[in-house]
Design a protein around this ligand. Structure first.
Ligand code: SGN
Ligand code: CA
Length: 510
């Protein structure tokens, strides 16, 4: 029997795209025909989780198949050491032509730029929405246009010019829908009807760890004029608190402090006035979610273009297409935007895959998966060995709906930054299985970059995600859950020992 040709791998990842903002996840807040096509012709995962809900670390986990204490990229301020092996290097050595276009965010310069790729062009840092600057092997280049289109064009052009006698591995990494949610002008008229307010928008953060109360990522308090496409008046402290000390990008003040008592749309000049703080907060939510969804519309269009290209090229059948995001995102749940937490909306990664040669259409998978599993999956699909340093497992059978015996029942998460300057999010670690979630908030920093020191007493949280899907009641101290708490604590400690991460909680079994 002839050995089968190595399949192609098209990995599409956006930045901060919550599963809730993808049609096929069923929340009904937007429609995404391009993305839904992947799920319809392939599979949707309901329990794919990020191992550290923040950009740079998640990307390092994806590229290396290792947890962040192993790859050394624990915080947003860390950079990848590009001398280390990564999945692109293995695929390239194994016969693949490889490319990476879009957001890299693991550092710039010789020691940190992409390695393992035949071609690459990446936006420095977060990148810009319009006329973005790219770093390329030959130097910096500005590409005119809207960033999502520019990245898609790069991918299509590279695919079109590729060597068709060899398989490809392409990473298409979008900048959108990352803050400050700037849509293509043609999509600015989308979503005129109001979006339903999440049930927990007015969360009072009772029955939860301190971290929830202290986080500065509230739509009501922590949005800037820029975030919401509003004109920021000239001036100083009287117009609002700086986003960061010394910065002239300012947060929207409370209604009572709003200069003139109204806001102005920066594109249309439309004026908005409010009868109450509650009405003002709801206005902010609507501005936010609509701006966010309009940037998602371009992502969806990009995915459609790439799928169409594969069709025309005749490569669709033998290409594994994956769509995911570097982490989830809060879309008003608990009153928040941003991510970083193990609460479901930011912990869950959307994950859609299509591979007609192998994956039956219309699959929905409830097995637990993690971003450290992606690299082993690529290698397995390519028929290449998974190196022993990788800590994830190949999801190849899982994607076909055939979860192997002994498949991990938990996903591990550790967010290392403590009280970052933007959002004051607290460091924590924990695990989730399909029903329960255990979180340990150690409430202190470890002197890492982008992290504040200082300590408060630690706290545990335990959620029954079936009885309490909105995660409003910490039942860690509830005797009814004592057996489950003990079981999950053991699983957490076993997992930490297995992956070589150091527990911070007292009495940890190592
Ligand atoms: C920027 C954002 C933050 C965001 C981080 C991390 N502020 O600093 O809100 O949490 O990026 O995002 S901004 O006003 O400068 O946009 S991540 O996607 O890189 O993890
Ligand atoms: Ca991100």
């Amino acid at each position: 029997m002839a050995t089968r040709k190595q399949p192609n791998i098209l990995f599409i990842m956006s930045d901060d795209h919550a599963a809730k903002a993808i049609g096929c996840y069923g929340h009904g807040i937007n429609s995404t025909p391009g993305l839904d096509r992947i799920a319809r012709e392939g599979v949707r995962l309901n329990h794919c989780y990020v191992s550290n809900s923040i950009c740079t670390p998640s990307r390092a986990a994806i590229l290396t198949g290792t947890y962040n204490h192993v790859n050394g990229v624990m915080t947003l301020d860390d950079k990848i050491d590009n001398r280390l092996p990564n999945v692109a290097k293995h695929l390239r050595a194994g016969g693949y032509q490889t490319a990476m276009f879009g957001k890299w965010h693991m550092g710039e310069g010789k020691a940190h730029e992409p390695t393992g790729f035949d071609a690459w062009a990446v936006v420095p840092g977060q990148g810009d929405y319009f006329d973005p600057l790219f770093h390329e092997p030959a130097g910096p280049v500005v590409h005119k246009g809207y960033v999502t289109d520019v990245i898609t064009d790069m991918c299509v052009d590279w695919l079109d010019a590729r060597d068709r006698s060899r398989p490809f591995f392409l990473m298409c990494h979008h900048k959108a829908p990352h803050r400050s949610w700037e849509a293509h002008p043609k999509n600015r008229g989308l979503y005129t009807a109001d979006v339903r307010l999440p049930d927990t928008f007015d969360d009072d953060y009772k029955n939860r760890a301190r971290a929830a109360r202290e986080a500065k990522m509230r739509i009501a308090d922590d949005m800037t004029y820029l975030d919401l496409g509003l004109v920021q008046p000239e001036g100083g402290a009287e117009i609002g608190e700086p986003l960061l000390p010394g910065m002239n990008v300012r947060k929207l003040p409370k209604l009572s402090k709003l200069p003139g008592g109204f806001l102005i749309d920066k594109d249309t000049g439309e004026r908005f006035a409010f009868a109450s703080e509650a009405e003002y907060d709801r206005f902010k939510y609507q501005r936010y979610i609509k701006r966010y969804l309009r940037t998602v519309a371009s992502i969806d269009e990009s995915v459609g273009r790439l799928l169409d290209f594969l069709d025309k090229d005749g490569a669709a059948r033998d290409t594994l297409v994956i769509y995911t995001s570097d982490q989830g995102f809060f879309l008003g749940e608990h009153g928040w935007y941003d991510k970083r937490f193990m609460y479901e909306e930011s912990f869950q990664m959307p994950f859609l895959a299509r591979f007609p040669a192998e994956i039956p259409p219309g699959g929905v998978v409830d097995a637990i998966a993690s971003n450290v599993d992606f690299a082993p999956t690529f290698l397995d699909v390519a028929g290449l060995p998974v190196p022993s340093y990788m800590q994830g497992r190949s999801m190849r059978a899982v994607l076909k709906g055939q979860t192997p015996a002994g498949w991990p029942e938990i996903a591990y998460h550790r967010y290392w930054m403590h009280r970052d300057e933007y959002h004051n999010a607290y460091a924590h670690y924990g695990i989730r299985d399909r029903r329960y979630k255990l979180i340990y908030w150690y409430n202190q920093g470890f002197g890492l970059a982008g992290t504040q020191a200082g300590g408060e007493p630690p706290e545990w949280e335990f959620f029954d995600c079936e009885a309490d899907p909105l995660e409003l009641f910490n039942v860690h101290a509830d005797p009814k859950y004592a057996t489950e708490v003990a079981r999950m604590t053991r699983l957490l400690e076993t997992k930490m020992a297995e992956i070589g991460d150091e527990p911070a909680h007292a009495g940890a079994r190592k």
